[in-house]
Design a protein around this ligand. Structure first.
Ligand code: ZN
Length: 335
């Protein structure tokens, strides 16, 4: 079953269907708000054989059924290897279980490589099987490496026959300008808070407001964090535990998430030191710094640490050092 219906995408989807002039669209905006889902719904709609002009996919014609079963002959979804299974699973499309990494075997790539684009080009040249359209969705477009992007350019500029592209990106600045300039931009903003909260509570997220704020208003990311075991209570307790130097507050977390959480905390404390409210933590959860200086040095140290967050040699020692650094910055800023 296709699972791409996010309630806040209805209006952007209708607008996209009405405004799409180009055969290549670029959905762009922050991560965690449904860019892939919007791209996929656009594709399904263009392929649908029983919809009124300007309406989204009907959901029940032969084409929509093929699409939902993941076997539509005129649709291609291009994802980096590392994302392939999880993205298809979350869309409700068939996927192959990712293999457990074997010794000596390279980790699944986070890039979209030129081989994948070459396979796509033969799809691009073939005639449409059902005669309505052919659609390629590429996500995230910034994962196209340089060679792959260059291999795509000509087809993107002059697609044969009924071919259309939807690229989706949360870092469109990271795209080759030649790719960007061939696409009609389609900005996707953060959803309305009420729509995001309703969706999160329907998914069983308790105290969704705190986690939604923690992610800067990105509901898919809030759901991900919740499913990974993070609660609002644990998130709100974090600033004071870190200020006390409690390593256990972060020791179960993946390195990238540790850095991300500390960066959000530092960001909020700098705002507080300037007399502004925090963005990611509730006011009652944050210590009250008196001056920003030590926090700004800490911010720079966190940026440096973020560059090595993928593979710390000893994760335990690494987190201990980060918490000690956080504690001394917060203590110094309180004086
Ligand atoms: Zn249909």
């Amino acid at each position: 079953m296709l699972n791409a219906d996010l309630p806040w995408l209805q209006a952007p989807l209708a607008q996209a269907l009405a405004r799409a002039r180009s055969h290549a669209l670029l959905v762009q905006g922050p991560a965690g708000v449904g860019q892939l889902e919007l791209a996929v719904k656009l594709a399904q709609s263009w392929l649908c054989e029983d919809r009124a002009e300007g309406q989204p996919a009907c959901g029940h014609c032969a084409s929509c059924r093929l699409f939902a079963s993941g076997t539509h002959p005129d649709f291609q979804l291009l994802l980096p290897e590392a994302l392939d299974a999880s993205a298809r699973e979350s869309l409700g499309l068939p996927f192959e279980e990712a293999e457990a990494p074997k010794a000596g075997k390279a980790k699944p790539s986070r890039e979209i490589k030129v081989e994948a684009v070459r396979n796509l080009l033969s799809f691009a040249q073939a005639t449409s099987a059902r005669g309505k359209a052919k659609v390629v969705v590429i996500f995230p477009a910034e994962a196209l490496n340089g060679v792959a992007a260059n291999a795509l350019l000509k087809t993107l500029e002059e697609p044969a026959g009924l071919l259309r592209f939807v690229l989706a990106s949360h870092d469109s600045a990271g795209l080759l300008p030649t790719i960007r300039s061939r696409c009609q931009p389609l900005p996707l903003a953060l959803p309305e808070r009420s729509a995001a909260l309703a969706w999160l509570s329907a998914k069983g997220v308790a105290d969704a407001g705190g986690l939604l704020d923690a992610t800067g208003g990105r509901p898919q990311q809030a759901l991900q964090w919740f499913n990974d075991g993070l609660t609002d209570a644990a998130w709100q307790a974090l600033p004071k535990r870190v200020a006390r130097g409690e390593v256990a507050a972060l020791s179960d977390w993946a390195p990238a998430r540790v850095i991300d959480a500390l960066q959000r905390l530092c960001h909020d404390l700098v705002r507080r030191a300037h007399g502004q409210p925090g963005q990611f933590f509730a006011a009652a959860s944050l210590p009250s710094p008196k001056r920003p200086g030590p926090l700004l040095s800490w911010e720079a140290e966190l940026r440096r640490a973020a560059r090595h967050a993928e593979h710390p040699l000893n994760a335990g020692l690494w987190i201990e050092a980060l918490v000690a650094q956080a504690r001394s910055a917060i203590t110094a800023a309180a004086r």
